[in-house]
Design a protein around this ligand. Structure first.
Ligand SMILES: *[C@@H]1O[C@H](CO)[C@@H](O)[C@H](O)[C@H]1NC(C)=O
Ligand SMILES: *[C@@H]1O[C@H](CO)[C@@H](O)[C@H](O)[C@H]1NC(C)=O
Ligand SMILES: *[C@@H]1O[C@H](CO)[C@@H](O)[C@H](O)[C@H]1NC(C)=O
Ligand SMILES: *[C@@H]1O[C@H](CO)[C@@H](O)[C@H](O)[C@H]1NC(C)=O
Length: 221
């Protein structure tokens, strides 16, 4: 069982030499690692972002390669992969703001969602991609969008400790009182992860509902 898991990790590491991508993969594809454990099938075939696909190219941010392909066939910007993700989503996760800009210019709807109902902004906020977050906000992305776990971009920025992103989102009108499916607010998420600078930031917000209780009855403080 642990052999199987470590083999999966090694295979993933060999395929992708980027730590950030590895952590995204682990978050997104944890279910496949479990499938692997259960079925003892140590293959990477279950990984849902096809290796060497145009989506991987967008993630890695090769602007020219994507531009050539999109110029050939603009409907690529509206074609999703097996995660329901557009090139836009992968470019946002990869932190490639020029590519994000280009894809929006070429017809990608800015608030498009993937199969977890996450928007490009939610994904970029979670991945800590400040320039992409800035661009998406400037271009009018919905700062209060919530994915299928009820998590907003601000929830992710707060739980993952992305201070500048949290600040930007609040300045752009993100609702600091939003609750996720477990009734946790961004303040709960920041406090639970010990993000004291973000807790302070949230406390400066006059709209903050300070003693909101989540579904376990815990207040943030
Ligand atoms: C353009 O891309 C779309 C989506 O991938 C595909 O369905 C279509 O066949 C392509 N068109 C051409 C002319 O290659
Ligand atoms: C794609 O984007 C570029 C620059 O952002 C723009 O010049 C071009 O007209 C766009 N193409 C389409 C088909 O919208
Ligand atoms: C996800 O998005 C779809 C399409 O917008 C919507 O119908 C559905 O209710 C959403 N699900 C959740 C759990 O947010
Ligand atoms: C947050 O909650 C407080 C207290 O209930 C309320 O006064 C404030 O308007 C709310 N802010 C937002 C942005 O919803």
């Amino acid at each position: 069982m642990s052999d199987c898991l470590s083999l999966s990790f090694i295979l993933i590491c060999c395929c992708f030499h980027e730590l950030h991508f590895l952590s995204d993969l682990i978050n997104k594809h944890i279910k496949y690692l479990f499938v692997c454990v259960v079925e003892v099938q140590c293959t990477v075939h279950h990984l849902t972002m096809s290796i060497n696909s145009i989506y991987e190219v967008a993630y890695k941010g090769d602007f020219n390669q994507i531009k050539v392909k999109v110029d050939e066939n603009v409907s690529l910007v509206k074609t999703t992969d097996e995660n329901g993700r557009l090139l836009l989503h992968w470019a946002a996760i990869g932190g490639n703001e020029n590519l994000v800009d280009f894809l929006i210019d070429n017809g990608s709807a800015i608030n498009s969602i993937d199969d977890t109902n996450s928007s490009a902004l939610t994904l970029a906020a979670s991945a800590g991609r400040l320039p992409v977050v800035k661009l998406l906000i400037d271009r009018g992305a919905d700062v209060n969008h919530q994915n299928n776990r009820g998590q907003s971009s601000l929830h992710y920025a707060c739980s993952k400790g992305h201070f500048e992103i949290a600040k930007l989102l609040i300045e752009a009108g993100a609702n600091v009182n939003k609750t996720d499916n477990l009734k946790a607010t961004p303040l709960h998420r920041a406090a639970a992860q010990g993000r004291s600078n973000i807790v302070e930031l949230l406390l400066q917000s006059p709209a903050l509902e300070i003693d909101a209780q989540d579904c376990t009855g815990s207040s943030p403080l």
